[in-house]
Design a protein around this ligand. Structure first.
Ligand code: BGC
Length: 513
């Protein structure tokens, strides 16, 4: 072949290569553009499905009030259990003596001892120990769970030292905070209706959890009487009331979610006993199981529910609580990866792992103010093993977190307003509520200050969530009425609250009186 022919051949080959390369890049750009468009569609659709305009929140508030009435009328009248707590007297400040509390409700449990010194000396001394529950105990046998707790309690009691003392003849007494749905039968007895928050020990359902605990304490040689069985919301309310008489409602937004409030005893048709002297009783709503056709539920929520240990149950909790928010975000990211090749051709394997993304990570992403979104880079790398992402992708991920947190917070806000409305503390909107409540009572109550004691890691550690929640309450009841409502962080109030309730239901104190 002549020199010219070789040159022409080489030039042709080079031109072909260039054309192939150009086609490849154009194709890739086109594919990327299509993928990005698809990703935007997925996020927009999700945003639409999660939206909580004021009109929708109002419907949820009204549904909540209706369901509260139905649950108070008769057991089983509503998905909202409206459990009678048998707490008809909240702490006064006169409580005195040494009391223990045991707080079981999530992946950790706490044991606590408090020396109460009455009106003058208040809380004289307190100590606690926190123990994490091995995952296998959460889904193991009933006896293993209670033995595990009792053993930890025994070692904590053995460490009781200076600054704590019983009065002569006094037996140690305990407030048992058990943060699962329980049908209470008295202040210190109640049967477990179902587990939530990832616990699944079938044998415990239907059993009296106080008897189970007493039995395990006996086996561990702990000489202690369970004086009060309380839900964590009720403990928080009691702890809050010890500090401030205006506390009427308590809300937990942590791993799980729930609320309780002070109800007029004569507004509880299902209460069969004599009306308590105080005229009121604390109701543990178990609002996690609230559901309404107006809840902005998406296919992502349906899939999360279907895969959970308690399908078709705790629907409200699955949209608002810390256990689930991270997993909702993960599922949206998975969809982006699978349907829009968001992280390249393959779905990163760790995106498939349920609950691998925790809500604290979502909060960290959401709080990231750095120009290149360093936290998102960190979470993608550490949690999902994803090494590369563009700023545009990271902004989209922040957006997904925002959608999930905003929806959860606004729904929780609507739940709180539902309670305020039920007890006539929402600033008077009740007067337009078609006679659901006694109007004159509402009028008299509406100007009082109302404190809502808020506890739980989600509320405490997720500032954006808190902001969205507060904002929704103001939107729903108006600025002026909102000035009479305080959402107050009441950190770890439930443990102290349980000791206070143990004190006010102490058999020893009763004997002395
Ligand atoms: C439980 C409630 C509890 C709440 C917060 C829910 O899953 O059903 O009893 O109060 O979590 O801990």
């Amino acid at each position: 072949m002549g020199k010219a022919a070789v040159t022409i051949t080489i030039a042709c080959a080079a031109a072909t290569c260039a054309a192939v390369a150009a086609a490849f890049f154009v194709n890739r750009r086109l594919r990327q553009r299509t993928s990005w468009k698809r990703a935007q569609c997925i996020v927009d659709e999700f945003r639409g499905g999660c939206s909580t305009p004021l009109s929708r929140l109002r419907q949820i508030v009204d549904n909540m009030v209706v369901e509260m009435h139905a649950g108070l009328a008769i057991d089983g009248g509503s998905k909202l259990k409206m459990v009678l707590s048998y707490v008809d007297n909240l702490p006064t400040g006169n409580e005195e003596g040494l009391f223990y509390a045991l707080d079981l409700g999530g992946t950790n449990f706490r044991v606590l001892r408090v020396q109460l010194g009455g009106k003058e000396k208040r809380i004289m001394n307190q100590e606690y120990k926190e123990v994490s529950i091995p995952p296998k105990v959460m889904v193991g046998s009933n006896e293993d769970l209670f033995d595990f707790i009792a053993t930890e309690l025994a070692s904590f009691v053995a460490s009781e030292g200076e600054g704590f003392y019983l009065l002569p003849g006094q037996q140690r007494e305990l407030g048992f905070t058990f943060s699962f749905p329980v049908k209470q039968t008295s202040i210190n007895s109640g049967t477990l209706m179902k587990w939530t928050k990832g616990f699944a020990i079938a044998e415990t359902v239907g059993k009296d959890v106080v008897e189970e605990l007493q039995g395990a304490m006996h086996r561990s040689n702990v000489d202690m009487r369970v004086a009060a069985l309380v839900n964590d919301t009720v403990g928080t309310l009691a702890g809050g009331r010890y500090e401030d008489d205006d506390v009427m409602v308590a809300v937990i937004l942590g791993t799980g979610s729930n609320a309780c409030y002070v109800e007029r005893a004569d507004a509880i048709p299902k209460w069969r006993g004599p009306l308590p002297a105080s005229g009121s009783m604390v109701i543990n709503m178990e609002w996690g199981s609230f559901t309404s056709a107006h809840l902005p539920k998406t296919e992502v929520d349906d899939a999360l529910d279907a895969d959970s240990v308690n399908p078709c149950d705790q629907i409200f909790e699955k949209m608002i609580s810390g256990m689930y928010l991270g997993d909702i975000v993960r599922r949206v990211l998975w969809k982006l990866a699978a349907e829009a090749a968001f992280f390249g051709g393959k779905v990163p394997s760790r995106l498939e792992v349920p609950f691998i993304l925790r809500t604290p990570d979502v909060s960290a992403i959401h709080a990231d103010q750095s120009p290149d979104l360093k936290e998102v880079i960190r979470v993608l790398r550490v949690v999902f093993g994803i090494q590369s992402s563009t700023l545009q992708m990271r902004k989209m991920i922040v957006d997904v977190c925002d959608i999930v947190a905003e929806r959860g917070a606004r729904l929780a806000g609507a739940g709180i307003v539902g309670i305020l409305k039920k007890i006539g503390r929402d600033g008077g909107s009740l007067a337009n509520n078609g006679g659901l409540e006694n109007h004159s009572y509402a009028a008299a109550e509406e100007r009082k200050k109302t404190v809502v004691a808020m506890d739980g890691g989600l509320y405490e550690h997720y500032p954006k969530f808190r902001e969205y929640l507060k904002q929704s309450v103001v939107e729903l009841i108006g600025k002026e009425a909102a000035e009479h409502i305080e959402l107050r962080l009441s950190k770890d109030g439930s443990g102290i609250g349980a000791t206070l309730l143990a004190a006010s239901h102490s058999s020893f104190v009763a004997e002395q009186e």
